[in-house]
Design a protein around this ligand. Structure first.
Ligand code: ATP
Length: 512
């Protein structure tokens, strides 16, 4: 099945099984805004817990905060967002559709990269077991031609972005004959700047009202609280502040489901370090964050680092962690070395001294910052996409199953009486009563046992127990494993020990 079709299926699966709904669904939705349903919110909360605990619990020099979404408007002047948080946009005159010029070019480069992959696939088919991919990539003339083209487009693009040269961005689109995916034409407008921040007003009267912004990132809430936390927490460098919260961006191109939203959630951690040590901590956080992703067991081949060639003027190193989604390798998380830019800017704009007194050196300085910034929703999407499978069974049937990491699954255990009579529902409820204090359980007695198993597979429930007539005699139940579908009898008194070890977040955290 084509990747595009799989993605469509995943989107409808998310709706059908209570993971993600379009916002204001009964009014036909609102572009790039989504709601999380009964299963989605559990999965999302588990992802957030996994992140939070890996930061705040496992590092004794990281603390958390929860800052407000509304902030003083000067924050966004100091941070540079008022002047520079822009996307270059371009319209197609025929389809009247608006695009990000940089994304059009990036997609074009990705298509060229796909061509290389196709050449590799052809080579593999032709040379079979004798195929050496490295040699093929290094020597094939068609591959060399495409690589040259990619390099040429890429260097023009990087230069144009670095210099905010919009005419050149448009020229690349024209020279590369990039067409509008809707109209198929090359009838493009000029490229214009578009600020991504949402503006609103506080204050009751029009005269007295002040314009403020909905925060486009959570990080600034951390920077402006640096002094508060450092002083009240008696924090010593190096130390970190973590935060999870909503962020808002008026994205021009709303597409790819929850990959690019106008209202989304971020998990950010700013790690304050002594100037000169930042590269050591940049490497540390690169490895630490990659280990966090890979502990989920999705296969290291699905991740890659993408180092930024074009750095923001204040950054001295930046990389993205990309994950293989059905529409290609995409950024899930950014790791940035931001120097002392943010704290210095806030010191300048607020007139406050924002420094750290280093008792060892007996002097004060502005700390440098390493930031790790991950989108909850993109992480959610990567988890769902990787877990989704339409599995062909030996019986010829197909079952749709979410192989979610057990610690992230919305429901850990389904409690199912085999039939709705003979005292089985009562016994099942009695068992549920004991287990519900340990993990999220669901009781279900409707339909055949086979249908109930399928429903649980579809929402990724790792375990089901079935209560049958033998249960009443010997106090055992059938424990079914979601992935292997194997079943075996276990004593009710052993259930908590067996299951808790497999589904608990602690087990996952211990892998780090
Ligand atoms: P992109 O280039 O894809 O727009 P970005 O580089 O602007 O992303 P950052 O500003 O580094 O993203 O934000 C950090 C993280 O926040 C991203 O890695 C991503 O996971 C998440 N994020 C950013 N924008 C969105 C969005 N519109 N919808 C969902 N998640 C987002």
């Amino acid at each position: 099945m084509a990747q595009e079709d799989i993605f469509k299926k995943i989107v409808s699966h998310c709706k059908e099984y209570g993971f993600v709904f379009p916002s204001s669904d009964i009014y036909d939705g609102l572009g790039a805004v989504y709601d999380y349903g009964q299963n989605g919110v559990e999965l999302k909360n588990n992802i957030k817990q996994y992140w939070w605990q890996s930061m705040v619990l496992l590092h004794d020099n990281i603390v958390g905060i929860d800052s407000a979404i509304f902030m003083h408007p000067t924050v966004w002047k100091a941070s540079g967002h008022v002047d520079a948080f822009n996307d270059p946009l371009i319209d197609n005159r025929d389809s009247k559709k608006r695009y990000r010029a940089d994304v059009l070019i990036e997609d074009h480069i990705a298509k060229l990269e796909e061509k290389i992959e196709k050449e590799v696939a052809k080579g593999r088919k032709r040379f079979k077991d004798a195929f050496d991919e490295q040699q093929f990539l290094a020597t094939n003339s068609r591959v060399a031609e495409i690589k040259d083209k990619i390099n040429a487009v890429h260097s023009r693009f990087a230069k144009a972005m670095a210099e905010s040269d919009f005419e050149e961005l448009r020229q690349i689109i024209l020279d590369e004959e990039i067409v509008c995916p809707i109209s198929g034409t090359r009838n493009w407008t000029e490229v214009r700047q578009f600020n991504l921040m949402f503006k609103t007003e506080v204050g009751s009267t029009a005269d007295g009202a002040t314009s403020i912004y909905l925060r486009p990132e959570t990080a600034q809430g951390i920077f402006v609280n640096y002094l508060n936390v450092q002083k009240t927490g008696r924090m010593k460098l190096p130390f970190g502040i973590a935060q999870i919260g909503k962020a808002f961006r008026n994205e021009i191109v709303a597409r790819q489901f929850i990959f690019r939203m106008r209202e989304f959630e971020q998990m950010e951690m700013q790690f304050f370090v002594k100037p000169g040590t930042e590269m050591q901590f940049f490497d540390f956080w690169k490895q630490t964050r990659m280990a966090w992703h890979q502990a989920l067991g999705f296969g290291s081949e699905n991740y890659r680092f993408h180092d930024h060639e074009k750095l923001a003027h204040y950054a001295n190193a930046a990389t993205d962690i990309e994950f293989h989604l059905p529409f290609g390798y995409k950024e899930i998380e950014g790791i940035h070395s931001r120097t002392d830019f943010d704290l210095s800017q806030h010191a300048k704009f607020s007139g406050k001294k924002i420094e750290y007194f280093d008792p060892e050196e007996n002097k004060s300085y502005t700390p440098y910052v390493i930031e790790t910034s991950i989108g909850v929703d993109r992480m959610f999407l990567s988890v769902i996409c990787h877990s989704y499978e339409e599995e062909k069974l030996d019986s010829g049937e197909t079952r749709t199953v979410l192989h979610l990491p057990a610690a992230l699954a919305p429901i850990k255990l389904a409690v199912l009486p085999l039939v709705k009579k003979d005292g089985l529902p009562e016994k099942a409820r009695e068992i549920l009563q004991q287990l519900k204090f340990h993990f999220n359980c669901k009781y279900d007695e409707k339909d055949t046992i086979g249908k109930r198993y399928r429903r649980m597979d579809a929402i990724g429930t790792p375990y089901c127990i079935t209560i049958d007539h033998d249960t009443l005699k010997d106090n055992t139940v059938t424990l079914r494993d979601r992935d292997t579908m194997e079943q075996h009898r276990v004593d009710i008194n052993q259930l908590i020990d067996i299951i808790e070890d497999k589904v608990s977040l602690t087990t996952l955290l211990k892998k780090l």
